[in-house]
Write a protein that binds this ligand. Sequence first.
Ligand SMILES: Cc1cc2nc3c(=O)[nH]c(=O)nc-3n(C[C@H](O)[C@H](O)[C@H](O)COP(=O)(O)O)c2cc1C
Length: 208
Amino acid sequence: MRRKKLMIIVISIAVAAVLAFGGYNVYRRPAVFRSLSDNSLSKCQTEAVRSEIFAKRDVKVLAAYFSYSGTTKKAAESISEKTGGDLFEITPLNGYSNVYTQSNREIRRGERPALADTVENMYEYDVVLVGYPVWWHAAPAPINTFLESYDFSGKLIIPFCTSGGSDIAETMPTFLDSCDGLAVYGEKRILSSDETDRWLSDLGFAAQ
Ligand SMILES: Cc1cc2nc3c(=O)[nH]c(=O)nc-3n(C[C@H](O)[C@H](O)[C@H](O)COP(=O)(O)O)c2cc1C
């Protein structure tokens, strides 16, 4: 009888541990159960867009970024300086009073939070670098709103991120979910200035 009781207790503890671990991981990866699409251009089509753009004498560059606590902002400022591009801050209209729970819910539900500003002259740009912090192993939802707010066809979209450790590859499924028909290329997690220089030069940007 005592053995049976002990067995029940052990099994209950094991089930509770599995449920807690599973629940914690689902919370940490809110995009995990979403059905995400990737209808971006193929490698070959993207290369055609890229080479057409870089054959131009004057390539117009925009570094657009979302930053919550300033790290991505710094990276974007440096990238805009190094590429001679313009800078645009992607600002959510309503901000975040509790960034952890709100951002988690937005990503889990695939929300598209409204933004405060628009780029009126987006048609002028050839290359749009899009920067963001990794949030919950995904791109923050305001990035999806931004990507779905303009006609980026014929332009080159280059994602970059900062993070506490996650690589940008983890965020690409949520990023590409908003890139139907677009040429997305060269994504990079920004770590150091030297590495950024090498990355930009590999992408085809001449040092400014
Ligand atoms: C809500 C939230 C979720 C985060 N999720 C992750 C994550 O999944 N992986 C990671 O490496 N860092 C994560 N971070 C850390 C940020 O990506 C990192 O601090 C980033 O550089 C902050 O950029 P910012 O100052 O431009 O906002 C998270 C931060 C916040 C606020």
